[in-house]
Write a protein that binds this ligand. Sequence first.
Ligand SMILES: Nc1ncnc2c1ncn2[C@@H]1O[C@H](COP(=O)(O)OP(=O)(O)OP(=O)(O)O)[C@@H](O)[C@H]1O
Length: 254
Amino acid sequence: MKAVKVKGLYFTYNGSDVLKGITLEVEEGEFVAILGPNGAGKSTLLKCIAGLLQCSGVEVLERSIQEYSRDELAKLLAYVPQRIIPGFMTVFDMVLLGRRPYMGLRPSRRDIEVVTSTLKKLDISHLALKHSNRLSGGELQKVSIARALAQEPKILLMDEPTNNLDLKSQLDVMEIAKNFVSSGGTSIIVMHDVNLALRFAERFIFMKNGEIVADGGKEILKPRLFEEVYGVKVVIHEVSGVPVVIPLHKHSLP
Ligand SMILES: Nc1ncnc2c1ncn2[C@@H]1O[C@H](COP(=O)(O)OP(=O)(O)OP(=O)(O)O)[C@@H](O)[C@H]1O
């Protein structure tokens, strides 16, 4: 089944076209990285898929996104924004918000169990009772991811989830996304770190100026593509069987 289908999607901010006819299909079980320069439209595309911007031409699990109620959609799809604003609530309560679509007036035993196990999975159980406005940027980012996972979605959308994270936490987050995919989920992640994307994702979508300029597996990752997309010369070396993209010192193209 198609997890996400986008057909001829245009999006305009203040009269200027930010997405210019995006067409895209993501099958269930895919791990997709969306890459491209600043301002290319990556976050806008992700927000359209998440149903946060009013767009036509987006389907989630083969139904138009407009046909879902907020709660129905939240059970299928979770979105981790670039930044969340910490509230005056504990980490536990923030993650519990992810259970909102399932909850009545009070959380059930299962809601509590899901939150507890998600905190454990992200290695942040020790923060459970800490107020979220007293967290470091990286800790807050993990709380945001935990809240999304607590929704038990089928599709996980994350916008630059490894920003603010130290080296180990970056790998942890990508590992979590990979495990999510291994257990049947679909993950679409906007990111800038090409090498991190390369280690974990299976499909790479490059955007530039509101359009998709390349879409495919590792085989598309050629120096010419990076020149075209970023205007930067790179070399690609293999290290321990993994291709690594290295921008050159005198990188600017004439
Ligand atoms: N709320 C908004 N109002 C007006 N213009 C916006 C808004 N959000 C984004 N834009 C513009 O839309 C364009 C695409 O932005 P978007 O955030 O989707 O790009 P991006 O590829 O995710 O960039 P980055 O890598 O810097 O996060 C940019 O030119 C940006 O200035």
